[in-house]
Design a protein around this ligand. Structure first.
Ligand SMILES: [Zn+2]
Length: 303
């Protein structure tokens, strides 16, 4: 199956594409929709979270190992992939927080981070783009920068006055924020585990979690991608330095996940087409359009 539909998922680090919306990207690929994952940074300042991977890191360096892990995850998900080529900012810890490393992704101005994404948008021409919300989904400086860069690049890509040498202008029709880690979802999984007499790894997490801060309230679009949870997990496991196979990611039995929370959840942040919310498909409103519509929606920008 092939279609003219294209989805671009913009992420901060290698592994984010596998922990946020991965089953959805695998599902769309299965439907014949072209999917491109864009990774803004190389993840060079990540920690090694799986002791079993330490030896490879000592031998080859974290950057090289994470490039190889990403290639393996991309193969599992069946998507196209592009690196934006920026340097991981690391997660600043301490009080006061240390300054960002010079030249890292979050320390660069948008004038530097936007153009390579504009070029990719104009080349790949996705109708739908996913990224993070204005808080980054969680407050890693690279995640917040990913949000800012993506939103600015979407505007710039459609602007015929912006850097014409980067390609023919392209207007993205729908923009979504990933909301994978909502309090509602974690509570549902936590309670299902306890009901089944299993241990929950979420206790401490939930204790610290402000009750008013549940991004599920902003979810507009729930995509049932549960048939692709196995692919998602296989992609996650490819990120061996980041994912401990004994860890929290795999605490909930697969059949329980599919029963209790079978969806990837998104917030429609912008749309250029009429929509009816809630939705269950990122391409809602785009599937039955005559081929000319997307082009005509582009207006002058297409020419
Ligand atoms: Zn990340």
């Amino acid at each position: 199956m092939t279609s003219d539909l294209r989805l671009m998922a913009v992420h901060a680090h290698p592994d984010d594409e596998s922990s946020k919306g991965a089953a959805t990207t695998a599902m769309y690929r299965h439907q014949g929709i072209d999917v491109m994952v864009v990774t803004c940074t190389g993840g060079e300042r990540g920690d090694v979270l799986n002791p079993a991977a330490q030896r490879d890191v000592d031998l080859h360096g974290l950057h090289t190992v994470r490039m190889a892990e990403m290639a393996a995850a991309v193969q599992v998900l069946g998507v196209q992939h592009a690196w934006l080529g920026f340097e991981d900012s690391g997660f600043p810890e301490g009080d006061p927080r240390p300054p960002l490393p010079e030249g890292c992704f979050a320390a660069l101005p948008l004038e530097d981070t936007v153009p390579p994404l504009v070029e990719l948008l104009r080349r790949f021409r996705p109708q739908v783009v996913t990224t993070y919300d204005e808080f980054g989904g969680y407050p890693h400086p690279d995640h917040i920068r990913t949000h800012e860069t993506t939103m600015a690049a979407i505007d710039a890509a459609a602007d015929s006055d912006y850097r014409p040498e980067l390609g023919v202008p392209w207007k993205v029709l729908k923009v979504y924020y990933n909301h994978q880690f909502t309090r509602s979802r974690v509570i549902a999984l936590h309670e299902a585990l306890l009901q089944a007499g299993l241990e929950s790894p979420y206790d401490e997490w939930l204790d610290r979690w402000d009750e008013d801060r549940d991004m599920f309230a902003r979810v507009t679009t729930r995509v049932d991608a549960s048939d692709f949870f196995e692919e998602r997990d296989a992609a996650l496991l490819a990120h061996r330095t980041q994912i401990d196979p004994e860890g929290m990611w795999f605490a909930v039995p697969m059949d329980m996940q599919k029963r209790v929370w079978p969806t990837d959840d998104f917030e429609l942040a912008r749309s250029e087409i009429p929509v009816s919310l809630p939705e269950d498909d990122l391409f809602a409103g785009l599937r039955q359009q005559p081929a000319g519509l997307a082009a005509s929606l582009m207006g002058d920008a297409a020419r």
